[in-house]
Ligand binder design. Structure first.
Ligand code: F0G
Length: 384
């Protein structure tokens, strides 16, 4: 049929499900791959840049790709409750898919450090929300501890089914472009998503006929990929971190991560080893971006392309801009940026960034005026 029934249905032959698996789906995946029309010109480069707009998933982030698999497998195994630590998007997604499945969700979030939209989601979908006096890394440690003492399934990306769902983003990109891009840039927090994309690219190249031999190093045997493939159809993976939360750039865990991009305010990534492997296998690299660069990139995407992503997502463009300036991306290359979450998730940061100093019309295109024709007319003329 013409119906799109979510990514498990779409890719069931490449996912660990059977005909009797009870699929929990909200129609996730199948997100737009948008070619940037204006930003390459603004940057003065001749790159072919696409954004994979994951903010259009059912709960507004890429987490839904992993969550449909994680919750489906939890239900299949008879689990009655799921739990996660989260900087906001995982908790929103877990809450929604648990509601859909009729099971309970517990979410641990850092008190005061999650974006307003994400908090609203966890609450509305009916998750039991535990705000902890600690950061994401504290929450992650607690979730792993408590899962040994209570009948709850962890749905963070340490759950291998999460990466299985998330790998499908790479399938979609290859189908649309007809090949892998030369470079794929993502924001990195826990490093689950960059790992999942690499699994997806590798599996695609495997299904394109490469002769593969060893077993997979990335997903505990749950995927069809086999390590060590000689393959030409895989991108260099580039992972960008916020400067204040950049363990992969420091080469060591960061105990007090800070960044305005709260989604990636993580100092102890769970997929540390796997992400390093992704880099050595793909020939890619990690780099850092400042909060100022992140906000500038976020604004560039809205103002020049009409695409509103959350701050963490804009790290992928911010980093690309730096790497283009540094000459690390050859002219003519194709690049995919993952825009991991929707801009509506974090209205506070967006509004704050648009409220420039008083009278700064470039920043704040908002005026409060009297309700009469003269005022409206002179306001319009003032902006032309
Ligand atoms: N972008 C957004 C919008 C995110 O929410 C996250 C992670 C990332 C990027 C980084 O992805 O962890 O796979 O490297 N958010 C998690 C959460 C931690 O709890 O929502 P990663």
């Amino acid at each position: 049929s013409q119906r799109y029934d979510g990514l498990i249905d779409r890719y069931r032959d490449r996912l660990p499900v059977s005909d009797t698996t009870p699929i929990i789906s909200l129609g996730e995946g199948n997100t737009p791959l948008i070619r940037l029309n204006n930003i390459p010109r603004v940057l003065g480069c001749s790159l072919d840049i696409y954004v994979k707009y994951e903010g259009l998933n059912p709960t507004g982030s890429f987490k839904d790709r992993g969550m449909t698999m994680a919750v489906t497998k939890a239900v299949e195994a008879g689990s009655k409750a799921v739990i996660c630590a989260s900087t906001g998007n995982t908790s929103a997604s877990a809450a929604a898919y648990a509601a859909r499945a009729g099971i309970t969700a517990f979410v641990l979030i850092p008190d005061g450090k999650i974006a307003m939209g994400k908090l609203a989601q966890a609450m509305m979908y009916g998750a039991t929300t535990l705000q902890i006096r600690g950061n994401f890394d504290d929450g992650m440690r607690l979730v792993k501890e408590v899962a040994d003492h209570a009948p709850v399934t962890i749905v963070n990306s340490v759950n291998p089914f999460r990466l299985q769902g998330q790998k499908t983003a790479a399938f979609e990109i290859i189908e649309e472009l007809g090949r892998a891009p030369d470079f794929h840039c993502l924001p990195v927090g826990n490093a689950g998503n960059i790992t999942a994309h690499w699994i997806g690219y590798c599996e695609s190249s495997a299904s394109h006929g490469d002769n593969l031999t060893e077993s997979c190093a990335f997903c505990d045997g749950n995927c069809a990929f086999v390590k060590g493939a000689a393959c030409t159809n895989r991108p260099k993976m580039i992972g960008y971190q916020a400067s204040g939360s950049a363990p992969f750039i420091r080469g060591a865990m960061v105990d007090h991560p800070e960044t305005l991009a709260t989604a990636i305010r993580i100092g102890h990534p769970q997929s540390w080893d796997r992400a390093w492997k992704v880099m050595s296998e793909s020939g890619g690299w990690f780099a850092e971006v400042t909060d100022t660069e992140i906000l500038a990139a976020q604004r560039m995407l809205t103002m020049h392309e009409g695409i509103f992503c959350e701050p963490a997502s804009a790290a992928s463009l911010a980093g690309l801009i730096n790497d283009v300036k540094a000459g690390k991306i050859p002219e003519g290359s194709s690049v995919v940026l993952t825009l991991t979450g929707n801009g509506l998730k974090d209205p506070d940061t967006a509004i704050a960034q648009c409220q420039g100093a008083q009278g700064d019309v470039e920043k704040a295109r908002m005026l409060t005026i009297d309700a009469n024709l003269d005022s409206v007319r002179s306001a319009i003329l003032g902006f032309m």
